[in-house]
Design a protein around this ligand. Structure first.
Ligand SMILES: NC(=O)c1ccc[n+]([C@@H]2O[C@H](COP(=O)([O-])OP(=O)(O)OC[C@H]3O[C@@H](n4cnc5c(N)ncnc54)[C@H](O)[C@@H]3O)[C@@H](O)[C@H]2O)c1
Length: 409
């Protein structure tokens, strides 16, 4: 329904950055397999399966806002011309498929089946995750939906990764449980990192020490500036709200969120600790604005509280990001200087804060960095650099959970 966006897509001009996506869209659109339209009737009549993949942002009370999903459901009901399988791909709270069913049913007497098919892709690796999923979760309550969806996904699970059929409610909960678990691992490691900082231990060693335990596993154990993005923050909030609605106290999830809120302000706190509460006359270089590497997505990015805080303290920001600058410009306009390359961000800056783990930041020219910075202070929010090596090179380096108390001004 977003006409300008659809027009861009028709010309293979993608409104987001996702590695490999442009070529895929161009090839399939060129071959006539993929079409973009604002004509709802045409879109609904096309095909046997309809995926609902619209946004489900957090409402004021933290619950998932279902207005877009239900708007689409109404339109599906209105234009339905033959039996369909309607699939909720958006992340939606348990019970939503039933709401979708009643909403469609109110518009049509045509037969339709429902399926809950949560999406587990990672931004930045979305195509691979879709083409080679660890698993496909399909919540169904009819033989027809099971058959149609099983056939649709068969080509993507040829290597033996499972299609997990389950009831619709369990499929809906699976998505929230997965994101809550991943967010929990991040907050857990961020809290362990805080402990390491205080105890004089190195969280990078601790991470290896626990990650090699097969019961724990090595993925998702990296401390950092806090989780962001369009999913974890809103999904943890939605699960918390849903749990309260069911009369339980989600104490663990509350803690996961509280730890993350603190973490998202940690780097700003350290900058202020180092340079004082006023940053008047100071310039801070920031590497990375996207909430993670390989995307231009800045939704809930930890870079936002950092930038806001530096600007509020009277400081200047010289920021670099390989892909997210257009988005940053729409948020900050001219209040931030956008550097043309990572080193340009350092020119005359009092310190560097690394916020995103982009490949270009992992192995920089350290001599050049030190020469450009007016003070060789690096707040390494992604633990990209070895603290001892950095100290040898003459940097004042602060990682997350890697020791090194911030030297107050
Ligand atoms: N982004 C991710 O990595 C990811 C991963 C897994 C699940 N999800 C879930 O997928 C859903 C979409 O996420 P997103 O990041 O793509 O959101 P988004 O906001 O980037 O995209 C949603 C799109 O839906 C369109 N839309 C809204 N209302 C519409 C309507 N009535 N008719 C037609 N189009 C409409 C919007 O124009 C927009 O382009 C959410 O529920 C999210 O939780 C996202």
């Amino acid at each position: 329904m977003d006409a300008p966006k659809i027009r861009r897509l028709q010309q293979n001009d993608l409104p987001i950055y996702e590695p490999g996506l442009e070529g895929l869209v161009r090839d399939n659109q060129g071959a006539g397999r993929l079409r973009f339209t604002t004509d709802l009737a045409e879109a609904v009549r096309h095909g046997r399966v309809i995926f609902i993949a619209v946004g489900t942002p957090a409402d004021e009370d933290g619950s998932a806002d279902l207005q877009h999903v239900l708007e689409v459901a109404r339109a599906i009901g209105e234009y339905m011309n033959e039996p369909k399988v309607v699939v909720t791909k958006s992340t939606v709270p348990v019970g939503t498929a039933e709401l979708v069913r009643t909403t469609i049913r109110a518009q049509t007497r045509e037969r339709f089946e429902l399926c809950s098919n949560p999406e587990f892709l990672k931004e930045g690796a979305a195509i691979d995750d879709f083409m080679k999923p660890d698993r496909v979760v399909l919540g169904v309550d009819s033989e027809e939906a099971r058959e149609v969806m099983g056939a649709l996904y068969a080509p993507f699970v040829r290597t033996g990764n499972p299609i997990l059929f389950m009831d619709i409610a369990s499929a809906e909960v699976t998505k929230y449980a997965a994101n809550a678990m991943l967010a929990t691992r991040i907050s857990f490691m961020n809290q362990i990192a805080d402990f390491c900082d205080r105890a004089g231990a190195d969280v990078a060693r601790v991470r290896q020490g626990i990650g090699t335990d097969r019961r724990i596993g090595s993925a998702f154990l990296f401390p950092g500036p806090g989780y962001g993005g369009s999913c974890f923050p809103k999904d943890v909030k939605a699960l918390i709200t849903a749990a309260r609605g069911l009369g339980m106290e989600p104490t663990l999830l509350d803690a996961v969120e509280a730890v993350n809120e603190r973490q998202k302000h940690l780097l700003l706190e350290r900058v202020l600790q180092r340079f004082g509460a006023s940053l008047q006359g100071r310039q801070i270089a920031v590497w990375g604005l996207a909430f993670k590497a390989e995307t231009d997505d800045m939704r809930e990015s930890p870079a936002i509280p950092l930038l806001d805080g530096i600007l509020a303290a009277g400081g200047a920001v010289r920021a670099h990001d390989p892909k997210a600058v257009p988005i940053a410009r729409s948020l900050y306009g001219d209040r931030v200087h956008y550097a043309s390359d990572p080193y340009d961000a350092l020119a005359g800056s009092d310190a560097l804060v690394v916020m995103t783990e982009w490949l270009v930041y992992r192995n920089p020219d350290f001599d050049r960095m030190r020469r450009l910075l007016s003070e060789p202070v690096v707040f390494d929010g992604r633990n990209l650099y070895d603290p001892q090596g950095m100290r040898k090179l003459g940097f004042e380096h602060y990682g997350i959970g890697r020791g090194g108390k911030v030297r107050a001004r």
